[in-house]
Design a protein around this ligand. Structure first.
Ligand code: ZN
Length: 167
């Protein structure tokens, strides 16, 4: 994590560490904001619901930011240099290919706030599965839920239209 009241070069930091980046590296989280850089490739069907706003700034490559407006599935394609404000509580699923790098800012959650991860029917937008997590470290819970959904076709079958979400 970087100190406060001190500038640093984001581009240089990425260039020096891109070989060992992992999925995501935090810049600050000891603040009202959580700032991090995340990169592709990733593979996900879940949608994140954040009780706070999220700001995306695409650094390199493209980001396919899937999001739901009610039962409508929308996709914003962010190109390098583009920014995007995702308002609180909008289900979103950032999907990236190799070479996609994004700077993201989120608000720190209050003690009562919970995030959701939701799976939707890709045919009609009906909610298939909804899990609640405390933001601090949802990665394992989300991973477990993802495995559960992948291994159980019943959980991926839409109660409304019968469509089965691909595992
Ligand atoms: Zn459906």
């Amino acid at each position: 994590m970087f100190p406060h009241l001190k500038n640093f070069n984001l581009k240089q930091w990425i260039d020096e560490n891109r070989g060992s980046w992992g999925q995501r590296r935090v810049i600050w989280e000891d603040s009202d904001f959580i700032a991090f850089v995340t990169r592709g490739p990733n593979s996900r069907k879940d949608f994140h619901i954040n009780p706070g706003d999220e700001i995306f700034h695409q650094l390199e490559g493209e980001l396919n930011l899937h999001y739901m407006q009610g039962k409508n599935h929308e996709i914003a394609v962010l190109k390098p240099g583009e920014m995007f404000l995702l308002p609180a509580n909008v289900p979103h699923s950032p999907r990236r290919g190799d070479g996609s790098w994004t700077f993201v800012v989120e608000r720190k959650r209050g003690p009562e706030e919970r995030d959701h991860f939701v799976w939707f029917c890709e045919s009609c937008g009906e909610k298939l599965y909804d899990m609640t997590v405390r933001f601090d470290d949802p990665s394992d819970a989300v991973k477990t839920a993802t495995e559960k959904i992948r291994s159980d076709a019943k959980l991926r079958t839409c109660g409304r239209c019968g469509e089965v979400l691909a595992a």
